[in-house]
Design a protein around this ligand. Structure first.
Ligand SMILES: Nc1ncnc2c1ncn2[C@@H]1O[C@H](COP(=O)(O)OP(=O)(O)OP(=O)(O)O)[C@@H](O)[C@H]1O
Ligand SMILES: Nc1ncnc2c1ncn2[C@@H]1O[C@H](COP(=O)(O)OP(=O)(O)OP(=O)(O)O)[C@@H](O)[C@H]1O
Ligand SMILES: [Mg+2]
Ligand SMILES: [Mg+2]
Lengths: 234, 234
């Protein structure tokens, strides 16, 4: 499904270069359930942004579903912005580490957005948005704006928004970081079910018990894969 | 040190009332080490904002160091905004659940701010800011802005900012939510040391192993204290 070859991502701060990813290689098949772990600053969110077509590597090749998203070879067809936006909206659901909600919109409208972009009718949008917010336990918070929600409630709005369009690839960056154990367990049940339904789940987490829901754990260190092993599940 | 009596906090969303705190009582002595736990939405951050003089209760009395911060009785001296700002700047260090960093300022300037408000000289500010950023492992990230930092690095800038003015009361709302186990352990060593040095630590966390660093755990449920017990430490 997705193939990352020799991926480099370098940022410049003034004259200093930060090597966020340094020659990363990974292949993830359709319907895999993968956790990504590693120290703070090791490149996990940078990797997720590249996988999710939100950012491009400085060097390296990224193939998604057979399409060349990015290539060192200018001859190979690279995807244009419209195509990338289409993939992001239809194939990928992204839960951001820092939520990235629209601050002046209600939880309802934040979750509704991907469906508006996908051209879904108002009636179908309302049904789907309501049911997804209920699934993450926020049925009684739909008209609250982000600053009228607790940290864990904002996180769940971000999760609902990522799932509302039934994406086949779910990228979740620390989805339970602000949740108590009971609510975390509810979210993991949701992700486990989506995996059983045939979707691909890639989740970044610092917590081992959350990572163990997946069938494989990829560990990053200094922008490279330092370990890649099965969890014994699946 | 701080005394909360029958604290209520009610929000209004349209016609709906949200009872974030419903008759909460707590007394915390000087140099205590307290963890606050409870489900998502149970009122922990709301409680922290009231303790930290960032928000006022709808009803109830709050005494801090003998001063009446808020009282139902209009006869009792309530603190004015200048006095509250002074307490916040000098006595209290607050690590916010969602960091609340200035997005266009560097890590250095974000951490420097409380010292500027306290009227500290430039030379002393630079020394203190640098050493605090080094303590949280960000010595090589001081010129990065928040969007040029990883989630865990932003969290550590928020921690550094809370500690830079040597406050005697440290309020930390989920300080390790975005940190891997090694970095979490480093931050907890820092907090444990600050406690041994005589300061008062109140930390909200969802993780039991982090909560167990404290000597007492207060558990909230639906805006009230549901449990209040010693951890066996200290
Ligand atoms: N400004 C606001 N307006 C309306 N409701 C609010 C507001 N702020 C918080 N709430 C509600 O008050 C309740 C308590 O919020 P609070 O942020 O204190 O929870 P919390 O215990 O910190 O949760 P979490 O663990 O998810 O961070 C929540 O149900 C939330 O929706
Ligand atoms: N826009 C940027 N400009 C400069 N440096 C950046 C930028 N974004 C990230 N970095 C740096 O790249 C490195 C990797 O960042 P990344 O966000 O991928 O880490 P992470 O593994 O997700 O960490 P965490 O667990 O703390 O979230 C970090 O050291 C960070 O400081
Ligand atoms: Mg990250
Ligand atoms: Mg909170």
């Amino acid at each position: 499904l997705l193939e990352l070859n020799n991926i480099y991502k370098t940022y410049k701060i003034g004259t200093v270069e930060v090597h966020a990813l340094q020659g990363l290689n990974a292949v993830i098949e359709k319907n895999e359930y993968v956790s990504i772990m590693g120290p703070s600053g090791s490149g996990k969110s940078t990797l997720m942004n590249i996988i999710g077509c939100l950012d491009t590597p400085t060097e390296g090749n990224y193939l998604l579903d057979g399409l060349t998203v990015h290539s060192n070879d200018p001859e190979k067809g690279k995807l244009d912005d419209n195509k990338l936006a289409e993939i992001r909206n239809q194939k990928i659901g992204f839960v951001f580490q820092t939520f990235n909600l629209l601050p002046r919109a209600t939880a309802l409208h934040n979750v509704e957005l991907p469906l508006i972009y996908a051209g879904i009718s108002k009636k179908a949008r309302m049904e789907k948005t309501h049911s997804t917010l209920i699934k993450v336990g926020l049925g009684d918070r739909i008209y609250h704006r982000p600053n009228e929600l607790s940290g864990g409630q904002r996180q769940r709005v971000a999760i609902a928004r990522a799932l509302v369009n039934n994406p086949s690839i779910i990228l979740a960056d620390e989805p339970t970081g602000n949740l108590d154990s009971k609510t975390s367990a509810e979210i993991m049940v949701l992700l486990d079910k989506l995996h059983s339904a045939g979707n691909t789940i890639i989740l970044v987490t610092h917590e081992h018990n959350i990572a163990e829901h997946a069938h494989r754990i990829i560990t990053l260190l200094d922008g490279k894969v330092s370990k890649d092993s099965k969890t014994g599940k699946g």
